[in-house]
Design a protein around this ligand. Sequence first.
Ligand code: IVH
Length: 680
Amino acid sequence: MDTHGAPQDPAGRARQLAQEIREHNYRYYVLDAPVITDQEYDALFQELLALETRHPELADPASPTRTVGAPPLDKFDTAPHTLPMLSLDNAFGEADVRAFDERVRRAARLSGPVPYTAEPKMDGLAVELVYENGRLVLALTRGDGVTGEVVTANARTVRKVPQTLHAPEGLPLPERLEVRGEVFMRKPGFLKLNRNREAMGLPAFANPRNAAAGSLRQLDSSVTAKRPLDFFAYGIGQASRPLPETHSGVLGLLSSLGLPVNPDIRAGIGLEDALAYYRELHARRQDFDYDMDGMVLKADSLALQETLGTTSRSPRWAVAVKFEAVQAQTRVREIEISVGRTGALTPVALLEPVEVGGVTVARATLHNADEVRRKDVRPGDTVLVQRAGDVIPEVAGVLDPERPGRPAPFEMPLVCPACGSDAARTGEEVVLRCVNPLCPAQVKERIRHFASKAALDIEGMGDKLIAQLVDKGLASTPVDLFSLTAETLAALDRMGKKSAQNIVDAIDRAKETRLARFLHALGIRNVGEHVAEVLADHFKTLERTRRATVEELTSIYEVGEIVAASVAEFFASPEGGRLVDGLLEKGVRIREEEKPAVSKQGAAAGKTFVLTGTLPAMTREEAAEKIKAAGGRVAGSVSKATHYVVAGEKAGSKLDKARALGVTVMDEAGLLKMLEGQGE
Ligand code: IVH
């Protein structure tokens, strides 16, 4: 059935969602073989939750929003949990966490701060270990929360699961203690396991969580014994003895009994510190050798936990603050050197394509020689890929540095791979550059940049066309584009008469431009879209920009010494002068800045916007133009200085960040409405 089709009656949609979620629960919890990502699952779950909140009459006690996991598999013996093993509610971003904190304080009738414990959320599977008089007698999976699968023999093979508890000095061991925690697999062990499986022709596990679950839920415990499973305790079920007053006290007790407790737990901290720790964990998550899919925040006082109670599915005193998945694992096919428009040689990892946060990634920058050395990435390595700052894919680290038969460390070449000229370092720079300004790879990049959307925006000027133009000697600088004729273009590969004419027309149209676009198009080092905008705003004319001294440049807010030096150097250089004069001679004209008077009082005056996701009716570039015309500024990343985030479909971490920082989020319609208010 179509899940995104025409509006459905709420009851029908709720039934459909519940059925889908149950199917996914079964695949995840029982078969250890999910077919959708955790994010897709969360989206279905949140939709059902929202629907049930809006239509309380749909409330069904058996709904997946009110139950836990999936019923145990028949192949295992089952046993009941003394106390239900619950799940956790999810929070996506800081705003949700603040709402959780408010609920806790309201329910507890507390006006002051609540002490919390913040714990990494390990991505494995929950188990309960029952100790009687200090001896492990039973291990259960969570199952449906009420009944679990008996996996005692398997759990005994996990090295970190103690068979007997350690008796703290002078204290008798509790008669009965139910310990709860996570069985998981660390990344290096997971990779090794997968390599061995591949070598034996067995299918690889998709991720460490599936590997951990598949390994513990085995009929043959000698198989489990060979799997690199690990365990951290994070709580208790029933205990025959009075407990400490706090959750962190309980963790301390577990630790003193010889149970492994995650060392990265922060105990007894306030909300703000917990949020700061969430940001820290988020930023540092690749430094951990196990998969972490968020942070669990728990009210520390057991008395408060008691007051708050639980729903049928989850405690009201805890919440899972999830991370969005922005990392993925793949293999490096080879390392290629790309030559940028300023001659910078950048090592790039060519990857087996992998999806990272909804985008397929086949290349990832390795930045420079120092970075390659630091990360020690080599062809054939299995690596973790992440999208830094939301867009640029990069290699976060190598997962199998000890793999046998690994090639020698990667070395940067001494010559430019495109033209064979020397590659050199200038001054303090870590970057190696091709010293030949006529290097075809550099020329191609300069033209590509010049014609790009944010620069002169020449439609149809794609990479293949540019490569032909440069390789055939038809263009060696952007100036040459303006001498191209339809006949010359029509003679190129895969170019009909009509498209040749279209390109000539597009080049002609690009002749009229704005100062900011023109400055950006020149490809001055350190001058991106935003700095070009700042310069244009300050100088208003090309002539004034060209004549600006370093002092005058540095006096501009947002222009530092490095940028100022690059700009002054560019205009003083013979190549810079030739490029600018050449373009003007070819008839490139700089239009008066659009609505300079309005911009100070436009509807968006003084406001900073960030655009993210796909907008329904216009491109992000078009939206940016509109915002700028109304006096606003468009930034690339969300910060405290951001006033509005305009989010379209598939908005990613920028949207999360906006929510976390409490930045106003609007959609395209909201933006247009706001801009219409211009001049009012
Ligand atoms: S507390 C009632 N703490 O997350 C409290 N759970 O989404 C429930 N998990 O079933 C568990 N790390 O498998 C807790 N530090 C942690 C955790 C953790 C991972 C898992 C656990 C649980 C699931 C809920």
